[in-house]
Write a protein that binds this ligand. Structure first.
Ligand code: ATP
Length: 234
């Protein structure tokens, strides 16, 4: 599952003085306010913070799904905050994988096809995309479910397909927003462990938001959000 040319040590993500502010009624609330965060190549970080403090906001900014109001997001040395949409999309497709709390799989396609999709979008031939998708399904121990649609899969299986899809293009960074938040504790445990193993064997860097402290303890570092800042947990 190696993704080849990814070396350890240098920062793959830098959030520099990032601000994100929302209007709620008459008031402006600052969810992030001068937040700084660095993720090194090959490093895994758990983002553990109470509901509503801004975990999704941070992941959406870092994953180039939204733009910061202040500061910048630097992916592998390239400042992305003010890039045109097309360049941000290209970086997102090649460098970033995203897993959501609810799988967000395409309902009309099989597990295999869902994992092939991001590869086909980047121009990989169908046979290669299919082979990689099958390998990932085997790795996640659901090879026998390749031909099933999402509605025919259990919650744990759906999330394993979503994880496989997120890493299909061998991204530099994987972001996961409560990837096991919708699963019972036992299923959450094995899905999280499968995610952790895949990330480590691929040499990926990852930021994973979770409420679960046991699962967070599997990561290299833990951070939280406090008063609009990213704070290290000891
Ligand atoms: N587009 C928006 N407009 C206004 N307020 C927003 C917007 N997006 C997020 N917020 C607010 O920002 C705060 C943080 O939201 P966010 O979804 O990032 O929190 P979270 O920590 O991921 O929560 P949860 O664990 O419940 O998913 C919330 O109060 C939310 O209502």
């Amino acid at each position: 599952m190696s993704n080849g040319a990814r070396e350890g040590g240098h920062p793959v993500l830098q959030m520099v003085d990032v601000g994100r502010h929302f209007l709620q009624g008459e008031n402006q609330i600052s969810i992030l306010n001068g937040a700084n965060f660095t993720l090194d190549a090959g490093e895994t970080v758990a983002l553990v913070a109470p509901s509503g403090t801004g975990k999704s906001t941070l992941l959406h900014l870092a994953g180039l799904l939204e733009r910061p109001d202040d500061g910048d997001i630097i992916i592998n040395g390239e400042a992305c905050g003010h890039l045109p949409d097309e360049r941000r999309t290209a970086i997102r497709r090649s460098e970033i994988g995203f897993v959501y709390q609810f799988h967000h799989l395409l309902p009309e396609f099989t597990a295999l096809e869902n994992i092939m999709m991001p590869q086909l979008i980047t121009g990989l031939p169908k046979a290669e995309a299919s082979e990689r998708a099958a390998q990932l399904l085997d790795y996640m121990r659901i090879g026998h479910r390749a031909g099933h649609r999402p509605s025919e899969l259990s919650g744990g299986e759906q999330q394993r397909v979503a994880i496989a899809r997120a890493v299909a293009n061998a991204p530099l960074i994987l972001f996961a927003d409560e990837p096991t938040g919708n699963l019972d504790p036992e299923t959450a445990g094995y899905v999280f462990e499968a995610l952790d193993a895949l990330v480590r064997e691929s040499g990926l860097s990852a930021v994973i938001a979770t409420h679960n402290h046991d699962l967070a303890s599997l990561m290299d570092r833990r951070v939280t959000l406090q008063d609009g800042l990213v704070v290290e947990l000891t």
